[in-house]
Design a protein around this ligand. Structure first.
Ligand code: MV4
Length: 446
């Protein structure tokens, strides 16, 4: 069993993990940087340990600092949240070596999914559809040219160590491939310390659809349906919803079964998100597997009733999925999440400073995940997420209505936020129609 957990994170996700631990009677240990001493995760955890200065590299990303805290507090497990060390296979391995459970997939799974070329090959062999592309890292510009011609232009050059939109280059004709290959290779070496790059057929104006999965340590994996995440700017998601508009229940069931079987065959355990691109014909192609709990997990919780973080803890303790998630799981209603960022609505620059007033919304069908409070200073060192507002209703129209009501009945003063942008999105005919793709924000100049 797990009796005491260290949360290697901050902000709203640290509070989310503390909440799940409370529900299970598990004691909690917060870690914090000097910039976070007045944070709610410090106040709400049973114990709190300062792990270093404000800079993430010296605190939330410091493996020695976090392992020392875990040893001092004598925890049986570490929950990494998302970001920071959540997908660091070396950290997961060190936890294991110290006799501390890592609440997430095995180090081997994390390492496999961190290499986008190997991940692609592994899930393809396991039966998940992938785009035409490289089976291995490209060895030369000549090989890139040869593969690109076989695939057919346009193609995209991606970094094996990248992900989330970093280190990609679109190539529309043979004349550009050599330059794109060399450029991508040198950028990848600098940015990720891994110069491996690969090719994929480029999909124009895709939708970004992802599937939530849970796996136990006994080989069972289930899918909990999809999330539509196409509304993003510079690869930062702004709003997510589930179900995806027009997504047929038969496709959900078919893809869910394919994904569950594939991930079971590769021994995937705990929570994960399988990302796909959907083309104009409604076909889905794997792009990445995120080996962590994601920011947008609450919309899946809303429509399935499954507590994903509590499930992560129980699965990490070795419980079987049949006990953790009783079946069948129905999808009920519609859920939308808006990520409220502390940012200038014109320049998108992060807006740190004193949160003079913070009266978050509430009411029927509204959930707010936030570690903010009035009088708190938004530190400039970390990401700019101040709150996630989740609206759940019997159908999409009512979910949109509830979200608009919530965003207009929340007082946030002292910092600039993305709330005006969210209201423009929710009011736009394209969003209301449900027909949009990853170009939504740029198409409409929102
Ligand atoms: C693509 C693509 C088109 N074709 N791959 C960007 C994030 C990273 N996870 C994958 N990305 C893309 N990969 C092929 N073969 C277009 C994108 C893409 C995108 C994907 C999801 C959400 C928003 C996006 C915005 C621009 C490009």
């Amino acid at each position: 069993m797990i009796e005491k957990v260290l949360i290697a994170n901050r902000g709203e996700i640290a509070l989310r993990v503390i909440a799940a631990c409370r529900d299970l009677g598990i004691r909690t240990v917060a870690v914090y940087s000097l910039a976070d001493k007045d944070s709610l995760h410090v106040a709400y955890a049973d114990e709190a340990i300062c792990i270093g200065p404000a800079r993430s590299a010296e605190s939330y990303l410091s493996v020695p600092a976090i392992i020392s805290a875990a040893e001092i507090a004598d925890v049986d497990a570490v929950h990494p949240g998302y970001g920071f060390l959540a997908e660091d296979a070396g950290f997961a391995e060190i936890c294991q070596a110290c006799g501390i459970r890592f609440i997430g997939p095995s180090p081997e799974s994390i390492r496999l999914m961190g290499d986008k070329v190997r991940a692609r090959a592994a899930v393809k062999d396991a039966g998940i559809p992938v785009l035409p592309g490289s089976e291995e890292p490209l060895k030369s510009a000549a090989e890139a040219q040869k593969q690109a011609e076989a695939i057919g232009y346009p193609v995209i050059v991606k970094a094996a160590g990248g992900g989330g939109g970093r280190g990609m280059r679109i190539v529309r004709s043979g004349g550009e491939i050599e330059h794109a290959f060399r450029q991508a290779q040198s950028e990848a070496t600098t940015a990720f310390g891994n110069g491996d790059v690969y090719l994929e057929k480029f999909i124009e104006r895709p939708r970004h659809i992802e599937f939530q999965v849970l796996g136990d340590k006994h080989g069972e994996v289930i899918s909990l349906g999809e999330r539509e995440c196409s509304i993003q700017r510079r690869h930062q998601k702004l709003l997510e919803e589930t179900p995806a508009c027009g997504f047929r229940p038969e496709l959900r069931a078919e893809m869910g079964a394919v994904i569950a079987k594939a991930l079971s065959s590769i021994g995937y355990a705990n929570a994960g998100t399988v990302e796909f691109l959907m083309d104009g014909d409604g076909k889905l192609y794997f792009i990445e597997l995120n080996a962590r709990i994601q920011v947008e997990h609450p919309i899946t919780e809303a429509v399935t009733g499954v507590d994903l973080v509590k499930s992560q803890l129980l699965l990490a303790a070795g419980q079987p999925l049949s006990v953790v998630v009783p079946r069948p799981v129905a999808i009920e209603g519609h859920a939308i999440e808006c990520r409220i960022n502390a940012e200038d609505p014109e320049t998108f620059a992060p807006s740190a400073g004193l949160l003079a007033k913070f009266a978050p919304p509430s009411g029927l069908g509204i959930r707010v995940e936030s570690a903010a409070y009035g009088g708190w200073r938004v530190p400039p060192y970390y990401d700019s997420l101040v709150a996630k507002v989740i609206a759940h209703a019997p159908n999409r129209e009512l979910a949109i209505q509830r979200m608009k009501r919530a965003l207009t009945m929340s007082a946030v003063e002292g910092i600039k936020t993305s709330i005006p942008l969210h209201l423009r999105i929710l009011d736009s005919p394209q969003f209301v129609s449900g027909r949009y793709d990853t170009h939504f924000i740029e198409d409409w100049g929102l």
